[in-house]
Design a binder for this molecule. Structure first.
Ligand code: ADP
Ligand code: MG
Length: 298
């Protein structure tokens, strides 16, 4: 029961959005981590057979997903990044409507909808119009609709975007509880989302995976990029211009800087273990300063 990507590429005109990616997914939670424009949504739309690869093949149990057609869609659940929520529908009516679109049997659909409203903590809200829902409630309803057909492959594009920290925790727990015996692929630009729930992390940049592995693997193979040094406030200011500073702490009249850098930033800097956030900032820190879409190479 394996989903396999073999040298999958997607080009929009000149723009290479997904670049010769290989992936092999068995049941588990997979986190796709990357900045805006990295290619996450494109990759997910390819996996959902909404886009066709420019080259390469995506297969499920050794069958090309595009050839499988409806048979593949029946085992797939998808929460798009941008999702129209039918503001005038109630939560329950929306799920029944989506069930009909997915061709589910009416009685089964009603039962399943109630079950999912319960699981997503929305049962009390089932008769309220979606336009009255908070962002978090809408996202929960989004995951509920993706689960209607009890999919074996669940694809969630930025499921936690726009959620406050408390809702984010709740959402992570929800995804974990759904993920048993399923392939769950979620994208995010928030490090903590994948840090806590992903069995395997793919850090994506410019259409490529620049790091792949479990959290522990990625951390243990990233050596010598994080430093701590104790400097005067004046020195701290000048180092901030030169380096990516991920944390600043005061200690008496000194400043302790946590710096991400491939070279030792100062003579007395001490090497420390990287966190996933350090690694992410190492690869993406300069991107925030660039206009959207023009990623810097590293
Ligand atoms: N329909 C499209 N036509 C042209 N370029 C696109 C299209 N969709 C996305 N892109 C470009 O492809 C790259 C990857 O986009 P996307 O997959 O949306 O990344 P992410 O989801 O990681 O933000 C970006 O540079 C984006 O501007
Ligand atoms: Mg996206």
């Amino acid at each position: 029961m394996e989903l396999q990507l073999d040298q999958v590429t997607k080009q929009y005109g000149e723009k290479l959005a997904v670049d010769r990616l290989d992936m092999s997914l068995e049941p588990g939670v997979y986190g796709l981590l990357g900045a805006n424009g990295a290619g996450k949504t494109t990759l997910m739309r390819l996996i959902c057979d909404i886009l066709n690869p420019t080259s390469g093949v995506i297969s499920y149990c050794h069958q090309d997903i595009h050839q499988m057609g409806e048979q593949y869609r029946n085992i797939l659940g998808y929460l798009p990044q941008k999702f129209g929520y039918y503001p005038e529908f109630t939560a329950l009516r929306f799920l029944l409507y989506m069930s009909a679109l997915k061709g589910l049997d009416r009685t089964a659909a009603a039962e399943r909808s109630i079950e999912l409203l319960k699981l997503t903590g929305l049962l009390q809200e089932k008769d309220k119009k979606i336009k009255t829902f908070s962002g978090g409630m809408q996202r929960r309803l989004g995951i509920a609709q993706a689960m209607l057909n009890d999919p074996y492959i669940l694809v969630l594009d930025e499921p936690t975007s726009g959620l406050d920290p408390k809702e984010r925790v709740r959402f992570r727990n929800l995804i974990s509880s759904f993920s048993k015996d399923k392939i769950v692929l979620l994208s995010t630009h928030i490090v903590a989302d994948v840090e806590y729930i992903a069995d395997k992390i793919f850090i994506m940049k410019e259409g490529r995976f620049i790091k792949t592995g479990t959290l522990e693997e990625i951390i243990s193979e990233t050596e010598g990029i994080v430093w701590e040094c104790e400097v005067s406030p004046v020195m701290a200011a000048s180092m901030e211009e030169k380096y990516t500073i991920v944390n600043v702490k005061r200690k008496g009249d000194k400043t302790i800087l946590r710096i991400v850098s491939e070279e030792r930033p100062s003579k007395d800097a001490v090497k420390t273990e990287a966190t996933l956030e350090d690694i992410y900032l190492h690869y993406f820190s300069r991107e925030g300063e660039e206009p959207y879409g023009t990623a810097v190479s590293f």
